[in-house]
Design a protein around this ligand. Structure first.
Ligand SMILES: [Zn+2]
Length: 91
């Protein structure tokens, strides 16, 4: 149950994500990469991180309080919002 993952682990996760996406039809990772490698990777990392953040947020009491407060079921607490935007306050 380690919530904090190292940057190296994140890079590894992105790499594995790219490999998995390559096997999916309709996603041309190479073309995507050739267009703008840095941005493509960043976007992929952010979307993966966002997905994980939303999973974390399901069991976060801060997020729950904000969701009830704002009546928005996608609302996130400051920490998870920062994570979803690709910021890493923990580093
Ligand atoms: Zn939260």
């Amino acid at each position: 149950m380690s919530k904090k993952k190292s940057n190296r682990h994140k890079k590894k996760v992105v790499k594995e994500g790219l490999r998995a996406l390559k096997n999916k039809p309709g996603w041309d990772v190479d073309a995507y990469r050739n267009r703008d490698p840095q941005q493509g990777l960043r976007q992929l990392e952010q979307s993966m991180r966002g997905h994980r953040t939303y999973e974390d947020a399901q069991s976060c009491t801060d997020c729950e309080a904000i969701r009830q407060d704002s009546d928005d079921e996608t609302a996130l607490c400051d920490r998870h919002l920062a994570e979803a935007m690709g910021l890493d306050p923990g580093d």
